[in-house]
Design a protein around this ligand. Structure first.
Ligand code: MF3
Ligand code: CO
Length: 249
């Protein structure tokens, strides 16, 4: 069942989303060569608490950390460690926050210093695909209109969409119905209604879409070792345009 949120509930989710966005924005400045992902986690943890929230990820199905830090060929669920960022790396930072009964969830992939042009195209196309998907998240459309818009833009640019992980409904739970795939046929899936809250999150690979999970049970990497990008926003479906609850600007 897809749970619709009242305007009052949406305002609480907007506060959760604001905290997520604030933390991502501050982390953007902290992503520099020489920084460890554990330091980024520490920083995020303090900031989430200072803003009155709680990490949504720590302890979720046994996940050991407050945020996900996925470097280069890591697609999602990279665990913060003593690894240092290097010039030319990319890092996807995924943050979920619990606030007053509700969740917010967003991710951004940041370049570390200067990256090669293929990599910056990967980041640009993935972010564009997210926003093209969000553009379709309006009342009356079908869910897979969102999925289709994402897939089309990604494949048109020669990249591939990860199949193993998908976006999701979000609200009083971090993961609610429906699943939000980043691939699919337009005109399919449930009809979108005002008050549906979705985490739309394309994961885009430079090479093939196959992924594998490492021994730690979490870290998902590309099968071919090529790079991967991940952009995510929590949005609420509205009549004319979705409202983004995790806006960074
Ligand atoms: N944004 C991801 C998701 O929606 C992050 C989950 S990480 C986990 O699934 F640690 F909580 F699993
Ligand atoms: Co998510």
């Amino acid at each position: 069942m897809i749970i619709l949120k009242s305007p009052q509930e949406v305002e609480i989710m907007a506060r959760a989303g604001e905290i997520v966005a604030d933390v991502l924005k501050s982390l953007r400045g902290a992503v520099t060569a020489g920084t460890t992902t554990k330091e980024l986690e520490h920083f995020a943890d303090e900031r989430i608490r200072a803003l009155g929230g709680k990490s949504a990820f720590k302890g979720y199905r046994g996940y050991p950390s407050s945020i996900c830090t996925s470097i280069n060929e890591v697609v999602v669920h990279g665990i913060p460690s003593s690894r240092r960022l290097k010039e030319g790396d990319i890092i996807s930072i995924d943050i979920g926050v619990y606030y007053d009964g509700f969740f917010g969830d967003a991710a951004y992939t940041f370049p570390v210093g200067k990256v090669d042009s293929g990599t910056s195209t990967l980041l640009r196309v993935t972010e564009e695909a997210l926003f093209l998907g969000i553009d379709m998240a309006v009342e009356g459309n079908r869910l897979h209109d969102v999925s289709h818009a994402i897939q089309e833009h990604v494949e048109k640019n020669g990249f591939s969409v990860v199949r193993t992980f998908v976006g999701h409904g979000i609200g009083r739970q971090l993961h609610e119905e429906p699943q939000v795939p980043n691939f699919g046929a337009a005109g399919q899936g449930p009809r979108l209604r005002q008050g549906m809250t979705l985490a739309i999150e394309p994961m885009v690979n430079a090479g093939t879409f196959d992924v594998k999970v490492l021994e730690d049970g979490w870290t998902a990497v590309t099968q071919d070792g090529k790079r991967s990008a991940h952009f995510e926003h929590t949005v609420v479906v509205m009549p004319n345009a979705a409202r983004i609850l995790t806006n960074l600007s």
